[in-house]
Write a protein that binds this ligand. Structure first.
Ligand SMILES: Cc1cc2nc3c(=O)[nH]c(=O)nc-3n(C[C@H](O)[C@H](O)[C@H](O)COP(=O)(O)OP(=O)(O)OC[C@H]3O[C@@H](n4cnc5c(N)ncnc54)[C@H](O)[C@@H]3O)c2cc1C
Ligand SMILES: *[C@@H]1O[C@H](CO)[C@@H](O)[C@H](O)[C@H]1NC(C)=O
Ligand SMILES: *[C@@H]1O[C@H](CO)[C@@H](O)[C@H](O)[C@H]1NC(C)=O
Ligand SMILES: *[C@@H]1O[C@H](CO)[C@@H](O)[C@H](O)[C@H]1NC(C)=O
Ligand SMILES: *[C@@H]1O[C@H](CO)[C@@H](O)[C@H](O)[C@H]1NC(C)=O
Length: 596
């Protein structure tokens, strides 16, 4: 196997010269990969682009083979996010498989996966930002070996689970990935007491899950065991990786808190090579940091313990508004915003869709009769005042039944290039009439600005224990996480992609101005978030930075706009487009915390 066949192929190729990676991997030929493979019991894998089999021409470093049958399989699964998240070299938002700055990629036309223009000559399949190698982790020792190897040979590392990260934090050109997706297992303990805590410490109904467990696994496990888990809105997201470590919202997080709130313990391997249990009684600093400080930064979680709840009925509502009737949209938003604090206090969580337009709501706190009474005002308003509206209210017997009908009813796009930008909308925006008017106007205008927009009514407003995590404290003083998004296809070049990022970022400005002291959710944020340290973590940033320095003094872990990162000019970020190139950088791009 060694030296890698792609290198031999590149050296001996007699055809047209092979294109090289933008940043030619400096360590490619000298690194003893076979040695690493031995040290991890043969668990080293190659990162192969998902669409590889459809291309007859490949760039440097691309392994795998082509063939029409294999290509047909790729085409069948190209938009199947469950297949995508299980594949090592694959990213749900496909621009993270590419090198955006150089336009090197290996993508199909997602609107017609059989379109030959995407993959026939002269198109070639490039490695892009897909890690060259990955350790298919099965034990703490595998992670220790990867850290040792990175330190010894200067190979940059990433941590990858499902590859859902919106900001490309689980990939990178020329990297070795610590791939945790094969760590499975779910163990239920109705009286979980964090390891090492005194017998007087409160116990919780909880499950301990492997790092690779997804929302789908948890929803199914809950269904089989009389439990439920208030997870997020796409079944293929990891339940133990970036989601709880960076925040983690779901339709019911108003009441049940964020994924970070629900975490009780983490089994983690740190870049220093320590294998630790972190909870409220031991290693409390890294426990706190990994409850909101972001994935891929402080260590690699092998397992986490998260709260479980006894299964319950879910009061569900799905309503739509006809926005072809002038004025309807603004009236709908204004009415909803006027009552949003009441809805939150009564335990409702929801996804409000400006582009549908409509709303999906859920509640487990109220009895069906109470829920019915609570929603009567909204129903009457829609049915009597807004012509063309629809209304549906049901009592779903359990979370698993509720989930596909209401949470994923409007599917979040996936399996192609997509980017988002967002803002946490504070409680104060709902308290005063002038603020509510301002918000309703901004919401009405938003559909002009972006094809995808969702106001997630998911802030942990009703959840207690508001100071235990390291997420931006603004989360606990908000009602909404508002996100807009845009998508593009395989044929968008660097300039087109740059414009999409740039314009989307600009389109968030009204909401940044409306809530200047708030922040943004790091997992679903602008890739080019201004002043990101403050935006993602608020006053928690300095403490997070000191914990990063303690556990990762050599910066073996690093990711885009993560705590203590090496900065946008570092070579590992060479595939990110500089969207402000050629224009003066906005003042807030200065790293505010550098002065602290
Ligand atoms: C279609 C879609 C729907 C989504 N829906 C929601 C939602 O409803 N609610 C919500 O809050 N978010 C949602 N997200 C965002 C999601 O929370 C983030 O993408 C999250 O980072 C995914 O984590 P992952 O581990 O699955 O993905 P990855 O991309 O594999 O990893 C994400 C980050 O976590 C790090 N990481 C992964 N595993 C570990 C580990 N074991 N130890 C340490 N670091 C690790 C990676 O290095 C990377 O920085 C959604 C994303 C997508 C694409
Ligand atoms: C690692 O070793 C195993 C077992 O020998 C082998 O099957 C695998 O292909 C090797 N991985 C790489 C990337 O060469
Ligand atoms: C990774 O390891 C798991 C077992 O731990 C195995 O089932 C899977 O096939 C491996 N994946 C690859 C791509 O080698
Ligand atoms: C409440 O229940 C009554 C009686 O079934 C029904 O007519 C009404 O539409 C319900 N209200 C809501 C808000 O769904
Ligand atoms: C949270 O606040 C409570 C009460 O003010 C305090 O006892 C506790 O130590 C705080 N916890 C953290 C993690 O700061």
């Amino acid at each position: 196997m060694f030296p890698p066949p792609w290198l031999l192929a590149a050296l001996t190729a007699s055809q047209a010269p092979l294109p090289v990676l933008a940043e030619q991997v400096p360590w490619a030929s000298s690194v003893p990969w076979a040695k690493l493979n031995d040290s991890v019991d043969g668990r080293l894998v190659r990162g192969i682009p998902f669409a590889r089999a459809c291309f007859s021409g490949v760039g440097a470093g691309v392994e795998g083979s082509a063939g029409s049958e294999l290509c047909a399989e790729v085409q069948r699964d190209y938009l199947n996010h469950v297949a995508l998240q299980d594949s090592f070299g694959t990213y749900i938002n496909t621009q993270w498989e590419t090198c955006a700055a150089t336009d090197e990629k290996c993508l199909l036309d997602f609107t017609d996966v059989t379109n030959p223009k995407a993959f026939e000559a002269p198109k070639i399949c490039s490695q892009g930002s897909i890690p060259e190698y990955g350790v298919n982790v099965s034990s703490a020792q595998d992670v220790v070996e990867a850290f040792k190897f990175s330190k010894e040979h200067g190979v940059p590392l990433v941590v990858k689970n499902t590859g859902h990260d919106y900001n490309g934090r689980s990939g990178g050109p020329g990297t070795l990935a610590i791939w945790v997706h094969s760590l499975r297992g779910i163990v239920h303990d109705p009286e979980f007491r964090p390891t090492g805590c005194p017998a007087t410490t409160a116990t919780h109904n909880a499950v301990t899950i492997g790092a690779g467990i997804t929302f789908e696994d948890l929803v199914n496990y809950g269904d089989e065991n009389g439990l439920f888990f208030p997870v997020g809105g796409c079944i293929s997201v990891g339940a133990a990786g970036g989601y709880p470590q960076g925040g983690g919202h779901g339709m019911l997080s108003n009441v049940y808190g964020l994924g970070a709130d629900r975490m009780l313990e983490i089994e983690v391997v740190t870049p220093r090579g320590d294998h630790l249990i972190a909870n409220e009684c031991q290693n409390t600093d890294i426990f706190w940091a990994m409850r909101g400080g972001g994935g891929g930064t402080f260590g690699v979680a092998l397992k986490i313990t998260t709260k479980a709840y006894t299964t319950t009925v879910v009061n569900s509502v799905f309503a739509t508004v006809d926005n072809k009737i002038p004025g309807n949209l603004y009236k709908f938003f204004k009415f909803f915003i006027d009552h949003a604090l009441d809805y939150a206090k009564e335990g409702w969580g929801y996804y409000l869709y400006p582009s549908l337009p409509g709303v999906s709501l859920a509640n487990t706190l109220l009895t069906p009769a109470e829920a019915n009474a609570s929603m009567t005002g909204l129903m009457n308003y829609l049915m009597n005042e807004l012509e063309g509206s629809t209304w549906e209210m049901t009592v779903e017997p359990d979370y698993k039944t509720h989930y596909p009908k209401f949470v994923t009813r409007i599917p979040v796009p996936m399996g192609f290039a997509m980017t988002t930008t967002s803002r946490l909308i504070p409680v104060s925006s709902f308290e005063a009439e002038d603020k509510r008017v301002e918000l309703a106007q901004a919401m009405t205008a938003i559909i002009e600005a972006a094809p995808v927009a969702i106001a997630f009514g998911v802030a942990p407003y009703m959840h207690g224990n508001k100071n235990e995590t390291s997420v931006n404290p603004a989360w606990y003083d908000s009602l909404w996480h508002l996100a807009i998004a845009n998508v593009w296809n395989y044929d968008a070049d660097t300039a087109a992609v740059k414009k999409i990022y740039h314009d989307l970022s600009e389109n968030m400005e009204p909401f940044r101005k409306l809530a200047p002291d708030s922040g943004a959710y790091m997992n679903e944020a602008d890739v080019y978030e201004p002043n990101f340290e403050k935006s993602f973590w608020g006053d928690n940033y300095p403490r997070l930075l000191s914990i990063k320095e303690k556990y990762d003094p050599d910066h073996l872990l690093d990711c885009w706009q993560c705590v203590g990162w090496l900065g946008e000019k570092h070579s590992r970020y060479s595939c990110y487009i500089d969207i402000h190139e050629g224009e003066p950088k906005p003042a807030q791009w200065k790293r505010a915390w550098d002065e602290m």
